[in-house]
Write a protein that binds this ligand. Structure first.
Ligand code: ADP
Ligand code: MG
Length: 699
């Protein structure tokens, strides 16, 4: 049933509710949950308010209203409303909707105001409080929790208040709730100790008390996360039952040769991950595994050994890196490890010459070339393998979906190659579960022994000369220095100006011929970028000034200082990535976070956390808590597969893990959800919200 048939909603309001809040049907309205609750039982006295208190409710009478500002140089117009109760006075401040606020809040009238008290110019005030009519006499003090719904300016201007929405929801509940079907099977409700849907919906809107509210919230969050995980895991179950994976039963001779000649022993974490991969390769199903490990944790080693398993079983393997420089670096490292094995490896990038390219193509086709390392050049149509058994993708988030899909098709006629995606971006576990859908996740959570900690220092503009002197000392000792500028928005002129100004300043403090400074940024052509980057990698430049383009895995063991300008503008995960560019050699390394002039306390705390830990997962968790999952490095591009209505991946990680484990157990009992008991789940998963892209087809 559509909303417009509810009392007080005509076509006009219905259209507005749809356009502004996406509410079309009565069902939508029931699932439009309050984002906050007011405890109507507690009315604070103005005299007892203090700045820094959480949201409070006061019952107060308007004394006077006054519009200020709006003149030249005085900032925007503001409406001040002085209100009082019998214990004191305070100001309400409005920056928007001044007109109708002034009309509504006439002197002498009394309202309930709800908001967070703060202090401005020495006076207590509340900015943009919510306003409600006072409770009818006699009812004040009755404990009752009432929901606050999100709204928009247009909706408020159309006279649809929080109260109006509450009335609509109440009507929707009485009309639709009795016939509303349970979305979860009985056994799920029983096993997980959940409240029924009807109870949950009634109490999420009109809680009888706090305990009923928290049961309702829990049930609805669980339902949402459970269905999400069920839809993700279902794809995985379907795939793992469809035995379409290349079976690689043995470890093979090349693996053993390489292993015997390793200059170090593998860390426990590396061994565990290789075991996990081995199981996938023997299982008869296609591997789709995400390998997470901090910069320097030894992912490349794992990649090499995995490729050698493929080769030992008579298949070819390829490794795709996002940039030419990285592909070259991988090639150099991998060649070294492969020496004792006699396995042939080649490098294919955009700049590979025609003759070499032809030889590579021929070797791939006749099978004499076992391992190919390259950039996206290796997924071009002209490249075809004799028997591609494994594709490894490094720094996953740099690749688009289409590029990955093409890798998938590189074993024509045979089963799809096994896929291992490697990323150095630590992603909180709960986010990885959701973001990478049905990929299995392996984590290298241990660093090779002997790595020196990177000293991280937070400094202000007043330390700039000291910084330059420090850089000079490091350069004199033969070290190299990164200087990174934020370029959050590629198009922002300001950012380029900062970068260019910074570059000029550095060049003037570090003049030729004694110093060489290279610069790399997004506006250069690929040739320019590669040329400058290569100069730094080869040690021909002492300082590399750049935007964040270098964050992708460049390995310069000789670089010992990372300077990050306007560090407060980066996310923690990104700072962590950047910091990981140093500390790769045997020298003591430094990361200097230069903070801008105006830095909020919160930003300062984040930067201090950077100084106190090198654990990428801790930083990623913190980042996700503060900025939400959508903002995490690497996630913006791929995006969350669904929009969550009530649960939060950042805040409900316990429910999420539980929901995932439970979804998995449901599928173990009934992999295709064929049992009549699970019919409600099948119906729910058909809803558009849960029709999620199948990541196994694209990665
Ligand atoms: P990642 O790709 O995860 O950033 P790499 O594979 O490039 O890390 O490894 C970083 C460095 O550590 C390399 O120089 C590598 O040779 C070395 N390394 C890898 N595994 C080990 C290990 N188990 N013990 C000691 N050094 C290791
Ligand atoms: Mg790497």
């Amino acid at each position: 049933m559509e909303i417009q048939f509810l009392h007080g909603v005509g076509p006009k309001r219905a259209a507005l509710l749809k356009a502004e809040l996406g509410l079309e049907t009565v069902g939508d309205l029931l699932r439009f949950y309050p984002f906050r609750y007011i405890d109507r039982g507690v009315i604070h006295k103005i005299g007892s308010l203090e700045p820094g208190m959480a949201d409070v409710q006061i019952l107060a009478t308007v004394i006077k209203t006054e519009v200020q500002g709006g003149g030249a140089g005085k900032g925007g117009k503001r409406l001040y409303v002085r209100v009082a109760d019998n214990t004191g006075e305070l100001d309400l401040v409005f920056f928007k909707g001044l007109g109708w606020m002034a009309e509504k809040l006439t002197p002498g009238s009394t309202f309930l105001f709800f908001g967070k008290p703060s202090v401005f110019n020495g006076r207590l005030n509340i900015v943009h409080p919510e306003i409600d009519s006072p409770p009818p006499p006699g009812e004040a003090g009755n404990a009752s929790i009432s929901g606050v719904y999100s709204s928009t300016e247009k909706i408020k201007n159309a006279g649809i208040t929080g109260r109006t929405i509450q009335k609509l929801v109440a009507e929707a509940l009485s009309l639709a709730l009795p016939t509303m079907e349970e979305t979860l099977p009985d056994y799920v409700i029983r096993e997980k100790g959940l409240v029924p849907l009807q109870y949950a919906l009634r109490n999420i809107h009109f809680p009888t008390d706090n305990s009923a509210l928290s049961k309702a919230v829990y049930r609805l969050k669980f339902e949402e996360l459970f269905l999400l995980q069920l839809s993700l895991l279902k794809q995985k179950f379907v795939r793992s039952r469809a035995a379409n994976g290349i079976v690689m039963p043995k470890v093979g001779e090349p693996f053993n040769r390489c292993y015997d000649f390793l200059p170090f022993t593998l860390t426990k974490a590396q061994k565990r991950v290789i075991r996990e991969i081995r199981e996938d390769l023997m299982s008869g199903s296609q591997m789709n595994r995400l390998l997470q490990g901090d910069v320097g944790s030894g992912k490349t080693m794992v990649a090499v050994l995995t490729m050698l398993i493929a080769v030992g079983n008579g298949y070819q393997a390829c490794l795709m890196a996002p940039t030419e420089v990285l592909a070259q670096q991988h090639f150099a490292n991998i060649s070294k490890y492969l020496e004792p094995t006699g396995v042939r490896v080649e490098l294919l990038t955009g700049s590979t010459g025609t003759a070499a390219r032809r030889a590579i193509h021929a070797g791939l086709e006749d099978g004499s070339l076992s391992i190919l390392v390259g950039t996206h050049a290796l997924i071009e149509d002209t490249v075809s393998f004799k028997a591609l058994g494994l594709a490894i993708i490094d720094e996953q988030h740099r690749f688009g979906v289409d590029q990955r899909a093409r890798l998938w098709a590189k074993n024509p006629g045979g089963p799809p190659p096994h896929v291992l995606v490697m990323t150095a971006t630590p992603i909180p576990r709960t986010l990885a579960m959701t973001l990478y859908g049905d990929l299995d996740v392996s984590v290298i959570d241990e660093m090779p022994p002997g790595r020196k900690p990177i000293k991280t220092i937070l400094a202000g503009e007043n330390k700039r000369m000291a910084l330059y002197n420090f850089m000079k000392k490091q350069i004199a000792a033969g070290r190299q220095v990164f200087v990174v500028y934020p370029l959050i928005f590629e198009s922002e002129k300001m950012d380029y100006q900062n970068l260019e100004r910074g570059y000029e300043e550095i060049v003037s403090y570090f003049p030729l011929p004694q110093y060489k400074v290279a610069i790399v940024h997004g506006k250069q052509t690929n040739e320019e970028k590669n040329f400058n980057m290569a100069a730094f990698v080869a040690g021909r430049a002492n300082i590399l000034v750049s935007t964040t383009v270098i964050e992708v895995g460049v390995d310069v063991p000789n670089a010992s200082v990372m300077v990050i300008e306007s560090a407060e503008r980066f996310g923690l995960s990104q700072l962590h990535q950047l910091r990981g560019r140093v500390g790769r050699g045997s020298d003591e390394s430094f990361c200097i976070l230069m903070k801008g002039q105006k830095v909020s306390n919160e930003s300062k705390k984040r930067l201090e956390l950077m100084c106190s830990t090198e654990d990428g997962f801790v930083l990623a968790e913190e980042d996700m808590k503060m900025r939400g999952p959508g903002d995490l490095e690497g996630t913006a591009q791929s995006g969350l597969p669904v929009t969550l209505n009530i649960a939060s991946i950042a805040k409900d990680s316990l429910i999420l893990s539980d929901a995932r484990a439970y979804a998995s157990s449901v599928l173990e009992r009934d992999p295709a959800l064929e049992s009549p008991l699970n019919a409600p789940l099948v119906a729910e998963l058909r809803r558009e919200k849960y029709s999620i892209r199948d990541y196994s087809k694209i990665s």
